[in-house]
Design a protein. Structure first.
Length: 410
């Protein structure tokens, strides 16, 4: 059995987070902010209900799901407005790990989407226990059943209820509940379940504090790095208590030598650092922490504490992803601020058909160049192709972050 998962629930209506009964917007209604908070605080996945009834509401919710997928690292299970195969396709292409269907979708549609996208991507929402015979009929077509009661079937079950006490749930895929709101302490709840013998997703260090080589103050220095960009953010110190709290809560905790006290980064400023990875160096006396930084790490307001330049020698520090982003940003700027004589603006002015024609032409040029023994031609043609693809991306509102995340997901 896989680890037991904790899933908060988001109800989407017209692209906003709402109350499932009244459809009134909750707080700011920003689905990305809510999902990101759940991710940071220790949720394992997110169950998302699309409460739309019209095509425009549905499209707004799909856009919100795309934005959530772009922002968070945890998977999403999405459903609620499936009428045809295309709706399932939209959810999956938006970034959903699984799409759930219901009995009213009918056996034929469930069979069709399962064969098209694979049973691993399909779940079933059991709305009535009397429908268990239908579940048994489709078990080979799905990989998860979402139910408000703990039913005994061969397919893994996600318990979707507020009526649970942490007992008799070890064999479940997990539990999804409205109780898991933005004020809920996910990590504390996981440790409660762990104490009951339930295998949950918590941090566990491969080394104990006693294995580290500490300094004269019984501390270790910690170099902190952004987990996405690898930018070095800051340096701080940990004692044993800070280390243990970091592992337990998933929030970077240090010991302030100036204040002589434990210090959870962000506790007063809101600029928390959420653990993604922790490493020790070869001498086991210095830690490298890769984190998701909320806000800024430096008390000066800078995005890194290391900004006082001492020496700099010019060198080629070309980073492929930075080059793509830089060129793409120039293209976006041309789209927003047209420049006379710009070839990029010429393409935008001519419209999508011209852009597509150029993409096709450049793809053909790559094929032709590849038949030539000189590899330089391939380099030039691929560069032309990528430029025109980026123009297409700008025209369709697709970013490199979305592309790389999709490639990583595959």
């Amino acid at each position: 059995m896989e680890k037991f998962n904790i899933l908060p629930v988001i109800y989407l209506y017209n692209g906003k987070v709402v109350d499932k009964s009244t459809k009134e917007i909750i707080g700011e209604g920003n689905p990305v902010d809510s999902a990101l908070d759940y991710d940071n605080e220790g949720a394992d996945e997110i169950l998302i209900f699309d409460l739309s009834s019209t095509d425009s509401e549905h499209e707004a919710n799909v856009s919100a799901i795309i934005n959530i997928a772009d922002a968070v690292d945890i998977p999403m299970i999405v459903g609620g407005n499936v009428k045809r195969l295309e709706d399932v396709k939209k959810y999956i292409y938006a970034g959903a790990k699984k799409t759930f269907l219901m009995k009213n979708n009918g056996f034929d549609l469930i069979e069709e989407v399962s064969h098209r996208f694979g049973s691993d991507n399909i779940a079933f929402l059991l709305e009535n226990e009397n429908d268990l015979d239908f579940v048994k009929k489709i078990e080979d077509l799905i990989s998860l059943v979402i139910s408000d009661t703990n039913i005994e079937i061969n397919t893994p079950v996600l318990l979707y209820t507020d009526s649970f006490d942490g007992e008799n749930i070890a064999e479940l895929y997990g539990v999804a509940s409205d109780k898991f709101n933005l004020d809920f302490d996910f990590m504390a709840y996981k440790h409660e379940l762990k104490d009951k013998g339930i295998d949950v997703n918590t941090f566990k260090s491969r080394l104990n504090w006693a294995d580290f080589k500490t300094n004269s103050d019984d501390m270790i220095p910690v170099i902190v790095q952004d987990y996405k960009t690898d930018k070095v953010l800051m340096l701080a110190y940990m004692n044993e208590e800070a280390f243990n709290n970091t592992v337990k809560t998933g929030k970077m905790t240090y010991f302030s030598r100036s204040r002589n006290e434990l210090w959870i980064k962000g506790e007063t400023s809101g600029h928390y650092q959420y653990v993604k990875e922790l490493y020790m160096d070869c001498d086991v006396d210095t830690m490298l922490a890769k984190v998701r930084q909320i806000g800024v790490p430096c008390h000066t307001g800078a995005d890194t504490c290391f900004f006082n330049e001492l020496i700099k020698k010019e060198y080629d520090n070309t980073n492929p992803m930075n080059v793509f982003e830089d060129v793409f940003n120039v293209i976006l700027d041309r789209k927003a601020n047209p420049k006379e004589g710009s070839y990029t603006n010429y393409l935008f002015d001519k419209g999508i058909d011209k852009i597509l024609k150029k993409v096709g032409e450049e793809a053909t040029e790559i094929v032709i160049a590849a038949k030539n023994p000189d590899p330089q031609e391939v380099k030039y043609e691929i560069s032309d192709f990528l430029y025109h693809v980026m123009v297409l991306m700008a025209e369709k509102g697709v970013t490199w972050k979305e592309i790389t995340k999709e490639l990583s997901r595959r």
